[in-house]
Design a protein around this ligand. Structure first.
Ligand SMILES: NC(=O)c1ccc[n+]([C@@H]2O[C@H](COP(=O)([O-])OP(=O)(O)OC[C@H]3O[C@@H](n4cnc5c(N)ncnc54)[C@H](OP(=O)(O)O)[C@@H]3O)[C@@H](O)[C@H]2O)c1
Length: 332
């Protein structure tokens, strides 16, 4: 019988093709997963288009930093055959063969069993973006921000949209900042009390108008956000779409006691992941998860969505449904 497995493969940086059956460069690890869903994150777009040096393994290589599916077999009792699992980051799609394959062997270091009642589809609508948004909110809470006005930069993006929803649900007033004005209406629907364009750096200290910030853009957006935070506020930062360089002064830190909290979902501990996923499930009702993504695509659409993302034309979450029957030209 023909091996039904298929994958999107990078043969070199920015060179995509498809592989089938035995030709798929699968990873190593004690757990073999039938992948049902993945997603497209900004980092995936950097990897697939070759715009950023994301892949740190030999080619050919399967990208995709997220996957969710069912365990086919495993050497570990913790992940019995038939259990539903997800893996986000932790080197997947960077150092180890990733989620854009219907079959994958994975390491267990960051492998999570899905929370009871959460589907593989929901887990991948949220994916790395959901984990990052939740970790950002948890960082604000750890720093004493339990209410008030919170700015979300890059609000039209996957991380930003989920952060808007979470913050609104938790009772904060959310100000959503992004240039994709066609999504402002959607952001209002997710709970933003106000929408506005991107923010830009001005004076070292501006009028302080936010209690905290969930920053997903970095660069000039982060620099601007820091100047507008009230005393003893906090900025949780996770992205670099606006640039990797941060030009700021010490004044927000030494005159207003502002805390800058870095978020790295890739290497978040298992304990933090478990807490974050339980909280995501508790805060966002299953029937409202569909508000948080832009559409479902198949393996064959990933490359074009990634190019659109890099051009700023496709912000937000895209769910990859691996059940989509990509045709194997060899079997035609
Ligand atoms: N640290 C972590 O653990 C972690 C995890 C996930 C993602 N990230 C990072 O977070 C960022 C967002 O990821 P995502 O998946 O949410 O991306 P996404 O869905 O593709 O959205 C991109 C967002 O960036 C904004 N943007 C694009 N270019 C910009 C610029 N020059 N200046 C200001 N804003 C700009 C877009 O807003 P407009 O409407 O204004 O264009 C949009 O909101 C990326 O840098 C990603 O690598 C980090």
């Amino acid at each position: 019988m023909e091996n039904p497995h298929r994958a999107l493969v990078l043969t070199a940086p920015g060179q995509c093709s498809f592989a089938f059956g035995q030709n798929i460069p699968v990873g190593h690890g004690p757990v073999r997963v039938a992948v049902e869903y993945s997603g497209v994150n900004y980092k995936d777009a950097l990897a697939v288009t070759g715009t950023g040096k994301i892949v740190r393994a030999p080619f050919p290589f399967v990208p995709g930093i997220d996957l969710a599916g069912t365990v086919l077999d495993s050497a570990l009792r913790r992940y019995p055959t038939g259990s539903q699992v997800m893996l986000t980051g932790g080197g997947l799609g960077e150092s180890f063969s990733g989620g854009y394959s219907t079959l994958q062997f994975v390491e267990s270091e960051y492998l999570l069993k899905l929370p009871d009642g959460m589907s593989t589809r929901t887990s991948m609508i949220l994916g790395t973006a959901g984990l990052t948004a939740m970790l950002s909110v948890m960082a604000l809470q750890r720093n004493g921000i339990t209410r008030g006005e919170i700015l979300v930069t890059g609000a039209s993006g996957g991380v930003g949209m989920i952060a808007v929803k979470l913050l609104d649900r938790l009772g904060y007033a959310v100000i959503a900042s992004c240039d994709s004005s066609y999504l402002w209406y959607k952001l209002k629907g997710l709970g933003a009390s106000k929408t506005m364009g991107r923010i830009h750096a001005g004076r070292p200290l501006e009028h302080a108008v936010y209690d905290a910030v969930v920053d997903t853009v970095g660069g000039g957006g982060l620099a601007a956000a820091l100047t507008k935070v009230r005393r003893h506020g906090c900025v949780a930062t996770s992205g670099n779409v606006a640039g990797a360089e941060l030009r700021t002064t010490v004044y927000p830190f030494i005159l207003r006691g502002v805390t800058l909290a870095g978020i790295d979902s890739n290497t978040a501990s298992m304990q933090d992941r478990e807490t974050a996923w339980q909280r995501l499930q508790a805060i966002i009702p299953e029937q409202e998860v569909d508000q948080l993504f832009m559409g479902t695509i198949g393996l064959e659409d990933i490359e074009s969505v990634c190019y659109a993302k890099i051009q700023g034309k496709a912000p937000g979450r895209f769910l990859v449904d691996m059940k989509n029957p990509l045709e194997n030209p060899a079997s035609a």
